[in-house]
Design a protein around this ligand. Sequence first.
Ligand SMILES: *[C@@H]1O[C@H](CO)[C@@H](O)[C@H](O)[C@H]1NC(C)=O
Ligand SMILES: *[C@@H]1O[C@H](CO)[C@@H](O)[C@H](O)[C@H]1NC(C)=O
Length: 641
Amino acid sequence: MARFRPPYWLPHVLTLIHILLISSPVIYGQQDPAAQLIKFKSSLNNTGDLTNWDPNVPPCAGESPNWKGLICNKDGSVFGLQLQNMGLSGTIDMDTLAQITSIRTLSFINNSFEGTLPNLLKIGPLRGIFLSYNKFSGVIDGDAFKGMSSLRKVELGNNNFVGKIPISLSQLPILVDLQLQDNQFEGEIPDFEQNDLKVNFANNKLDGHIPKGLRNQDPSSFAGNDLCGKPLSNCKKTLNKKLIIIIVAASVLAVLAIIIMTLFILRTRKTRKNKNIKRQLTKPDRKNTYKTNANEIQMQTKLETYKRTDNGGKLHFLRTDRERFELEDLLRASADVLGSGSFGSSYKAMLADRPPVVVKRFKEMSNVGKEEFYAHMRLLGSLSHPNLLPLLAFYYKKDEKLLVTDFAENGSLASHLHVKRRPDEPGLDWATRLKIIKGVAQGLDHLYNELPRLSLPHGHLKSSNVLLDDEFNPLLSDYGLVPVINKEHAQHLMVAYKSPEFTQHKHTTKKTDVWCLGILILEMLTGKFPANYLEQGKGGKPDLGTWVNSVVREEWTGEVFDKDMKGTKNGEGEMLKLLKIGMRCCEWDIARRCDMREAVEKIQGLKEREDDEEYSSYASEGDGYSSRAMDDDNFSFSVTN
Ligand SMILES: *[C@@H]1O[C@H](CO)[C@@H](O)[C@H](O)[C@H]1NC(C)=O
Ligand SMILES: *[C@@H]1O[C@H](CO)[C@@H](O)[C@H](O)[C@H]1NC(C)=O
C-alpha cells in the first residue's frame, strides 16, 4: 500500500492562509476599520479637527496613527479613540464603533456632546471610558456598566448627570479610577469595595454614609455633598427617608393598637365597676417600657412641625449652669416616648455628649399671653432645690409649648409602687420610702416658700410626678403649672382639683396641696393605687375620699402596709406615725387639716426605726402597735357623704 505524501504545494498554501489570517480584518470577523471610522465620523458635528481622516490612507501604520485622535496597536489595529478638546457634538455611534473589535478605550473629554450616556455595553471589553467636560445629562441606568469586567477607568466628571450612582460601577472587579465629580448625582453611594480604587465624587448631591470601602479616599473627593462618616466627620443620628416611612406606618399601627387596647380596658373597667369591686387597682405601666423605633420617630415628626411653623424659633434656656443646645439638636436626637400624661406626650431625648433630657408637650396652655408665659417660665426656671426637677428650657408656640427638664434615671414613684416587678426585683423598702417622702416634703416646702403668691404651689402632686434619681432621691415634677394651664383642662385633670374642697365647694386653698401630699403618703404606705386619680366621682362625690376611707377604715390593721415594703423591722411605730400624718393631711375639713409647714415638720421628724426608748414603749404594749395607734392621739378622720 502506498504511503500518503502531502502535495508539495501544501506548505505554501498554509503560509498564504496564515498571512491572510493575520493581515485581513475581514477574516478576523472585523469590518474594515477605516470604513467604520468614517461612518462613525459622519454622525458627528463640527469635525474640523478630523479632516485627515482619509479613507485612502490606513488609520494606523503599526503603532503610529495616520489619522488624528487614534491610538494604535503594534499590529496596526485601532486600540482607542482620543478625541479631546475638539468641540465635537452629535451622536456617538456605539454600534459602528463596536464593529471595530480591537477598540479598548474611548475618550471624548472636553467636547459638546449632549444627551444620555452612550450604551457602553455595546463594547464589552472596554478598559477605559472618558467623557468628562461634556454636556451629558439624565439618569444612568443602574446596569449601565454591568459585566464590564475589563473596565479600569471611568471618567464622567463635569457633566449634568442626575439620579443615583449606577450600582453596576461598584461591581466592576478591577476599577481603579472613577471620576463623577461636578454632576448632580444624588442619594447614597453604593458599597464600593475595590482595592485600588480612587474616586472623585465631589460636588454632587450625594447624601448618607460614606461606605466602608471608601474610607481611605481623600476627603476632598467627597466635598460639596451632604455626606458623613470617614473620611469626613461622623454621622449624626438621623433616619433616612425610607426608614421614616416604614416607621410612620408602624406608629400608625401602634396608635391603632393603643386605641383598641384603651377601648378594651375602658370596657373591662366598666364591667368591674358594675360588679362593684371596691378597690380597683388600675396600675400605670412602668415608664420607659415603650422603646420602639416607631416611638423614636414620633417625636421627630411631631417636633418637626415646630421647626417648620415657627421659623427661627428657638429654645429659651432658663438656667445658666447648664450647657445649651438648639431645637435642631433635639430634633436630631434619638428619642423614646416616655408616655402620655395629663397634658400631652413626653419624650426622652438622647443628645450627643450630654445627659438625656425630657421634652414634654403641652397643648392646654393657650390662654396665657406670651409675656405672662415667659415670665412664669422664668420664675419656675429660677427654682433650684435638690428635690425639684429643674426646668431647663421651654419653647413657645401659640397653641403648643414644650418644656425641657432633666431626665430622672429611676422613673417615677408610681412605677415603682404599682408596676409588676420581676420576681428578683425587690419593692421599695421602708428606708427608701421614708427618704422619698422626706424629700417630697422638702421640695414642697421650697415651693411654698418660693411661690408664695400661688394658691397651689404644686397643684399636681401625685406619685407619677415624683421622679427618682439614680439614688432614689425624689424629684418633684410638673409643679407650679396651674397659672399657665387652661382652667377647664386643669380642673378636669390636675390632682388638686380632685380635692374635697374643690369637688364640693369649687375652691382651692393653700392646704389643697397638703391633701395631695396626704394621698401620696397613704399610697406609699399601702402600695395601693388611688385609681380614682383618674376619674371624677359621680355626683361630686370625690372617689379619692372613698379610697382614703377604704384604706383606713376597712383595713385598719397591721396589714394596712404594703406587703412589698421590706426593712420594716423596728420601724412600725414610725410607719404608723407617717400614716397618721397622711391622714391628717387628708382631713376632709380644711380647718382640721394640717398646713404644709406642720406636715413638713412632722415628716422631717420621722426616723427609720424607733429609738430604744420609744420602741420599748411600743413593745411593752404587748397587743401590737396598731391598736395603740388607733387610740393614741384620738385623731379623727371622716368622709362626709
Ligand atoms: C476644551 O476645548 C477647547 C477647544 O474646543 C479648548 O479651547 C479648551 O482649552 C479646552 N479646555 C480644557 C479644560 O482642556
Ligand atoms: C449638526 O448641527 C446641525 C445644526 O447645528 C444639525 O442640524 C445637524 O443635525 C447636526 N448633525 C449631526 C450629525 O448631529
